[in-house]
Design a binder for this molecule. Sequence first.
Ligand SMILES: *[C@@H]1O[C@H](CO)[C@@H](O)[C@H](O)[C@H]1NC(C)=O
Ligand SMILES: *[C@@H]1O[C@H](CO)[C@@H](O)[C@H](O)[C@H]1NC(C)=O
Ligand SMILES: *[C@@H]1O[C@H](CO)[C@@H](O)[C@H](O)[C@H]1NC(C)=O
Length: 386
Amino acid sequence: MSFEFRSLMFGILILLIIFLIIADISEVQEEIGNHGSTRKFYPQSFSPKSNRDDGTEVDASPAAETGGSTPPSLGTSSGPPTPEWIFNKTLSNSIRKNILKFLDAERDISILKGTLKPGDVVHYIFDRHSTVNVSESLYRLLPAVSPMKDQHHQRCAIVGNSGILLNSSCGGQIDAHDFIIRHETPQKKKTTPLCNLAPVEEFAGDVGRRTSLVTMNPSVVQRAFQDLSSELWRGRFLRRLRDLEGSVLWIPAFMAKGGEERVEWAVHLILQHALNVRTAFPSLRLLHAVRGYWLTNKVLIKRPTTGLLMYTMATRFCEEIHLYGFWPFPRDLRGNPVKYHYYDALSYEYTSHASPHTMPLEFSTLRALHSQGALRLHTGPCGADT
Ligand SMILES: *[C@@H]1O[C@H](CO)[C@@H](O)[C@H](O)[C@H]1NC(C)=O
Ligand SMILES: *[C@@H]1O[C@H](CO)[C@@H](O)[C@H](O)[C@H]1NC(C)=O
Ligand SMILES: *[C@@H]1O[C@H](CO)[C@@H](O)[C@H](O)[C@H]1NC(C)=O
């Protein structure tokens, strides 16, 4: 084969791939469009090139017009500009009621002592062929009653990890909520560890300090605490756990294989130092139930992110839900780069095809819910708008 011929074939192949990607995208948008009218909160199709501006949040400034190609406008396709966000209690109640048909977060937020015993073999949710034995120490940390039993809060904040929080000055506003959920998101590359598991201290002005519930994927121990390879790292990890004083520590121990040793270390440290944290281990049905709810509402997620999981569960015990640090785009509306996480140097990878999540779809869903007053997405600085 001549060089020219191979170049030509290569070119055609590239064009074909681009075509397939575009076809795939328009298919998704078409589905979104088709069902948009049948569901109350179905996400409007996200249109990166639209410059429509409905005044959502403080981002809706003229600067958004030059915001670059990646972030979609926060505008939705309905109606005149609505600068004020108004909580729609009716809608929020009806969402809660519908979610309750799929899961009861008060129960599914954790496996309880009665339902497992030491030595029980559990199949991982994502790796059905792998199992883990319930250890004596993990069993001791299973709550006897749900850590969220009888909890009702007026205003809850769910704090994501997007770099959009940097320089937002949202810390005070976040801390003013009655219940504050923080979580870490999966990341794949090794990064310079700063701190993790809600690494709030040095970013307190932007992300706040208070935590009522924090999620800890077992992989955090490896990534951020060097797998506790030395006394120094064990000390740091212990300090982080101590900081959680009184909060709920939510550990998805049975989702994906590979984390059992890390879960054991965490569990061991908590027991050894009699730390005052309320551990929770999500029920084995939680993920499917959450996915089921969204699929039924035509939101075709593959695997919900921790953020969407938390929102879905929070509807059970929160009246008004405010989301901070959710921004799955590499640039903000003014075109400035946004870090993937506010606390590390991880490069942008929302578009990774290896990711099991569907972040832009999740985000457009949340944005649609925001514009209908079911929840509030905060995506700009918190200054004047508190
Ligand atoms: C609130 O949501 C309900 C149900 O979706 C809707 O019928 C109602 O018009 C909304 N109210 C306001 C003030 O937007
Ligand atoms: C898990 O439990 C099973 C049955 O109780 C036992 O055969 C197996 O060796 C245990 N595995 C580990 C890793 O402890
Ligand atoms: C935040 O503000 C500091 C100081 O003004 C600046 O150096 C930094 O680049 C800003 N970071 C972001 C992500 O905007």
